[in-house]
Design a protein around this ligand. Structure first.
Ligand SMILES: [Zn+2]
Length: 269
């Protein structure tokens, strides 16, 4: 079954598919071995450069051959060339993030990517309206999230033909002193479009708010920061031991990443 079919099934059943980001093999293994439902794994540009895009494609392909229902997404590709590279290498979907461009340039470049990707059967996530923040534990106040006009969203999805759309629903990248407040009115209005709605910055949002957002039409939720925090906390604990073997040092990180995955999948379903 294709990723698009899994997304359609999730929306029909009022569930959301998770996207878990990774930048190391132990993270990827922990994510895949803890997932009991179809998932997306993502690499941002920095994560892609660290892990290797061809390596990510090969490994995800290997796990899929072994029976895992897992798909690979390039997360926040801001440059046409890297997005095309991901498509050529065999990513299952790509997220082209033109949110820092002016609206018309974003439409123009996203459309180019959609034409290129759809010829190869790859689905595309577009983005309108900038989603701020860093995927880290930030000990400061929430950054302000801009709003976008529904008319701009409609014009964007209709002109570009994207399959999924990332929008500023009130969430931010990273975890902050306060939990973000989601803009349910905007979500309700925009859920009338046929594209799958993507919630970025899924870390740090209260469980009840996530469930409400799924009910209102969110079909894909990206999680990165909470996995990074679990990984780091596991490693910090291990480094207090006298261990030297990486398999000893990283095993606690792996366990903790797996626990986050299990917890999130339960909420999303
Ligand atoms: Zn994001």
């Amino acid at each position: 079954m294709s990723l698009k079919k899994y997304l359609q099934k999730a929306r029909k059943e009022n569930r959301a598919m998770a996207q878990f980001n990774f930048s190391t093999l132990d993270q990827l293994q922990a994510i895949i071995s803890s997932a009991n439902v179809p998932i997306i794994v993502g690499t941002s540009v920095k994560e892609s450069n660290f892990f290797g895009m061809a390596e990510a494609v090969a490994l995800v392909g290997y796990y899929r051959k072994k029976g895992a229902k897992v798909f690979l997404n390039l997360d926040h590709g801001r440059d046409i060339e890297i997005v095309k590279k991901a498509i050529d290498l065999g990513y299952d979907m790509v997220h082209f993030d033109g949110s820092k461009m002016d609206h018309d340039s974003n439409i123009k470049d996203t459309k180019k990517i959609v034409n290129y990707a759809h010829k190869k059967g790859i689905i595309v996530e577009g983005e309108v309206g900038y989603i701020p923040g860093q995927s880290a534990m930030n000990k400061c106040d929430l950054p302000k999230v801009d709003s976008v006009a529904i008319a701009d969203v409609v014009r964007f999805v209709e002109t570009t033909g994207v399959d999924l759309i990332a929008l500023p629903f009130g969430s931010v990248h990273g975890v902050y002193s306060q939990a973000p407040k989601l803009n349910y009115n905007f979500l309700k209005e925009v859920s009338k479009i046929k594209q799958f709605l993507v919630l970025h910055g899924g870390s740090g949002i209260k469980d009840g708010d996530i469930k409400k957002a799924i009910k209102l039409g969110i079909t894909k939720i990206n999680i990165n920061t909470e996995l990074r925090m679990a990984w780091r906390e596991g490693l910090e604990k291990s480094l207090k031991s006298k261990d030297y073997a990486p398999y000893d040092l990283l095993s606690e990180s792996k366990n903790r990443v797996g626990q986050v995955v299990t917890k999130k999948l339960l909420i999303f379903s």
